[in-house]
Design a binder for this molecule. Sequence first.
Ligand SMILES: NC(=O)c1ccc[n+]([C@@H]2O[C@H](COP(=O)([O-])OP(=O)(O)OC[C@H]3O[C@@H](n4cnc5c(N)ncnc54)[C@H](O)[C@@H]3O)[C@@H](O)[C@H]2O)c1
Ligand SMILES: O=C(O)C[C@H](O)C(=O)O
Length: 354
Amino acid sequence: MACCCGYSEPIDTERVVVVAPLTMAAPIKVVVTGAAGQIAYSLLYQIASGAVFGPEQPVYLHLLDIAPMMGVLEGVVMELADCALPLLTGVLPTANPEEAFKDVAAAFLVGAMPRREGMERKDLLSANVRIFKEQGQALDKVARKDVKVLVVGNPANTNALICSKYAPSIPKENFTAMTRLDQNRAQSQLAAKIGVPVQDVKNVIIWGNHSSTQFPDASNALVKINGAEKPVPAAINDDEYLKTTFVSTVQKRGAAVIAARKMSSALSAAKAASDHMRDWFLGTGDRWVSMGVVSDGSYGTPRDVVFSFPVTVSNGKWKIVEGLTISDFARQMLDNTGKELAEEKQDALDVCKD
Ligand SMILES: NC(=O)c1ccc[n+]([C@@H]2O[C@H](COP(=O)([O-])OP(=O)(O)OC[C@H]3O[C@@H](n4cnc5c(N)ncnc54)[C@H](O)[C@@H]3O)[C@@H](O)[C@H]2O)c1
Ligand SMILES: O=C(O)C[C@H](O)C(=O)O
């Protein structure tokens, strides 16, 4: 029960020195890598404004980028200060991974080279995977052992796997890759096709790799129409669309944005990163979300690759949704994306040997 001064309980002013309202938690340290880049430019505001960890959770931001970007990063730090955000208790800009990862509870690993027109995301592997080896090692040394790590930098699934491998003291479950942008894209395509608001579509799944082999799957998705829930396949009543145009539109959406903007998606990527981390910290209820997680072989997928599954989250732990029926078509799609991930893993391990 709140008392008149706004604190949750009456305060014994003789004994307590109050520096912040008692409803406020202690600040958590959150790192964003690639902090001088495009995605971070949208993401940092979302984190610092409370959209990710909630309106009661102060954050201390650690911003990592490479040494030549420190000047640009200084400008970002100025802008964060100029936002005058009550939940932002401090900012540490740095080019030193061990300083950046020290005691962090959440890590957004964004910093990596983006692809250009005509490239596949796996073409970035040899350039980017070493970053995630080095950052895994730094996380292992200095981060909290319960740190939640979200890898955004491409190829996100395989980078997350490598990061986890080089951070053996942190549980594998704490490393995830972002396929939430694909989920948001899929949800938005379905809502537009049916003609309902986007929040009325749920449980669309992204299986596999954040690449053009991913399988956006609407077969278990539900839509609310006039207050009643209905399966999406019944509402759309066009299986051919769901197996072809819908799948390829989502698979190729990143490339379409690059072709139009001449730069890869950033606003929507930042929103997806916020959604992913918020759901991981605050929970999903019975709503399914897609996350790249280290595979335990569920649904006949290869073990020990970072594979995107439908999950629910409660108390900060994700759990793969079990018992879904996999059609012949889905089986083929899952096998194909699983094969690509197994190949990427081998390539990445070869790069990391050097
Ligand atoms: N998973 C997804 O859905 C998704 C979506 C969009 C973009 N991405 C990927 O995210 C990455 C970042 O995209 P962007 O548009 O922000 O790129 P960007 O080029 O604008 O920014 C990347 C930043 O990372 C920094 N950086 C490079 N190496 C670093 C290192 N070792 N440590 C720390 N920082 C480092 C760069 O200096 C730069 O400031 C790319 O790999 C892109 O392909 C993934
Ligand atoms: O497509 C890209 O290279 C960027 C990102 O992975 C995306 O899906 O938009």
